[in-house]
Unconditional design. Structure first.
Length: 535
């Protein structure tokens, strides 16, 4: 690779991050903005055709994105919503594959039944990365976010298994329902076993390293280890990664504080870059796919067929989500007792959050050029084209309208956020009492002026944390809109920290302290400022 080629390769993530940063600044959803930026760049003559390598997408991008989503998810919340998550990640994928497979076979001229079901399996799983990001940014209720996250964690496993079964039939290796069900069960069970074996092992290893930097490396390698191990066993790498991430995330509370800070910062940056590049790559695929297709196909017919397939995919989600949400309520008293108060607007939002993404497109590029008999794979160009158009339409149409739909429905989590604040204040109160009790035990035999001064400072710190939680319930203001004491303290302390930094930098410039000393001091000041910003 020449220096010029390497520079061109570097331009891709730089452009992606720049677009994502601009979208964040002006309040746009990043995934649709990145797809549009990729489309715009694909028409520039100086931009070469960038083909999405399926191995890079499935082995490099997918594992860390899945792992972080699982790491940050609540095991308890997912378990509480296992029924709707299962209905979406398994039931909806099967339903969409069946409906879309036959619809594509009937509507698209020249597309056989086996390639039609390959296309259906590709488009069955929504890529909820975009929807979850928007949902969290808009402050949607926790139940909606949990269901979308749970669906995104597990639906790829169902869809990729169906894709392999459909692909096997399409290339001429034969197919049976029992064989497909057996493959699915094998992939799910072995993938789960890999995750359950790898998660505790890596957690045990982290607990014995006693080095935050080295400990952070373990979860970096975990998604690739889980995915590749499961795939080598012909099982579901997706499930292995998700189970490993859920286990390590649930047990991350046992890690030292420096490790958690370092891991959180690392993954925040990595996910931002990976997601930016992934959605930009989707937009850049247009020239590659058009070159394959338009020379032999009628553009008008293709456009109408693409519209029909997108509508079938979108309507299939509504046709599944709404009945599957209400029918169990009518059939089971126990479900009615637990879910009868669920807002109908939640189901509308979940139904509209069906954006497809890079997994569908990457798997489509992985379709072989020829079947087992040596002939060209029938309809491969059509499958690629309709996968791309559906991914593009869903990201743009649903992605851009999703925030507007949430605002139109008036759906927010204000009551939930207030309840969280009350619960946090109560927890802080109990924790402060426990801390003060432990302080009394430890210092019962302490004596001397310095010990008393230290105890007083520690007692004041615990009480301040206790009061801050209650003051947050008032929005940081007291009677007549006056600032509460902790708000005044934070504002003044930030100004003091700024003054301290200026002095340390000036001393460094005067060579009175070394850069290494400056960095160590700045790190301490930064940690304190982060804690002030917490409130």
């Amino acid at each position: 690779m020449t220096a010029t080629e390497a520079l061109g390769l570097l331009a891709l993530p730089v452009y992606a991050v720049a677009v994502a940063a601009l979208a964040r600044r002006i309040g746009l959803s990043a995934p649709p903005a990145l797809v549009l930026a990729g489309l715009a760049a694909s028409f520039l003559p100086v931009v070469p055709d960038v083909r999405l390598d399926p191995e890079v997408a499935l082995f490099v991008f997918l594992p860390p994105l899945l792992f972080v989503a699982a790491w940050e998810s609540s095991y308890h919340n997912l378990r509480e919503h296992v029924r709707p998550i299962g209905l979406l990640s398994v039931g909806l994928v099967l339903f969409t594959t069946f409906v879309l497979g036959y619809a594509a076979y009937l509507v698209v001229p020249g597309l056989g039944l086996a390639p039609a079901f390959v296309l259906a399996a590709l488009l069955a799983p929504p890529d909820a990365v975009a929807a979850v990001g928007i949902a969290r940014r808009l402050g949607l209720p926790r139940r909606v976010v949990t269901i979308l996250v749970g669906e995104s964690l597990f639906n790829d496993a169902t869809a990729l298994t169906l894709f392999r079964v459909a692909l096997t039939a399409a290339v001429g290796a034969g197919f049976s329902v029992f064989d497909g069900a057996g493959r699915f069960l094998f992939a799910a069970l072995i993938g789960t076993a890999v995750g359950l074996a790898l998660g505790p092992l890596l957690h045990w290893l982290r607990g014995r390293l006693n080095d935050p930097l080295v400990e952070t490396v373990v979860p970096i390698l975990a998604p690739f280890a889980g995915y590749l191990t499961a795939e080598a066993l012909h099982a579901s790498g997706v499930i292995a990664v998700v189970v490993t991430g859920l286990y390590l995330g649930h047990r991350s509370t046992e890690s030292p504080a420096p490790t958690r800070l370092l891991s959180r910062s690392f993954w925040t940056v990595v996910v931002f870059v990976l997601e930016s590049v992934v959605f930009l790559l989707i937009g850049l695929q247009l020239p590659v796919i058009l070159d394959m297709l338009l020379s032999t196909r009628n553009a008008t017919t293709l456009a109408w067929n693409a519209v029909v397939i997108f509508l079938v995919v979108s309507l299939a989600r509504f046709a599944w989500v709404l009945p599957s949400a209400y029918i169990p309520l009518w059939l089971s008293r126990r479900i009615r007792q637990h879910e009868s108060g669920v807002d109908w607007r939640h189901r509308i939002v979940v139904s509209w959050a069906g954006m497809r993404g890079v997994v569908s497109l990457a798997a489509a590029f992985a379709i072989p050029l020829k079947t087992d008999s040596g002939v060209m794979f029938p309809g491969r160009d059509l499958v690629l084209f309709f996968t791309f158009t559906t991914v593009l339409a869903s990201l743009l149409l649903q992605g851009l309208t999703f925030p507007g739909l949430v605002r139109l429905l008036g759906l927010g989590a204000e009551a939930e956020q207030h309840a969280d604040a009350v619960a946090e204040a109560g927890a802080q109160h109990e924790a402060a009492k426990a801390a003060l009790g432990r302080l009394e035990e430890l210092t019962r035999d302490e004596s001397g002026p310095f010990a008393k001064e230290a105890v007083d400072r520690l007692r004041q710190l615990a009480e301040d944390r206790q009061f801050r939680a209650w003051e947050r319930l008032g929005g940081g203001t007291g009677p007549a809109g006056e600032e509460v004491p902790t708000a005044v303290y934070r504002r003044l302390r930030r100004e003091m920290l700024t003054a301290e930094r200026e002095v340390f930098v000036r001393l460094r410039d005067q060579r009175r302290i070394d850069d290494e000393v400056l960095q160590r001091i700045l790190h301490e000041l930064d940690l304190e400022e982060v804690m002030l910003s917490r409130d």
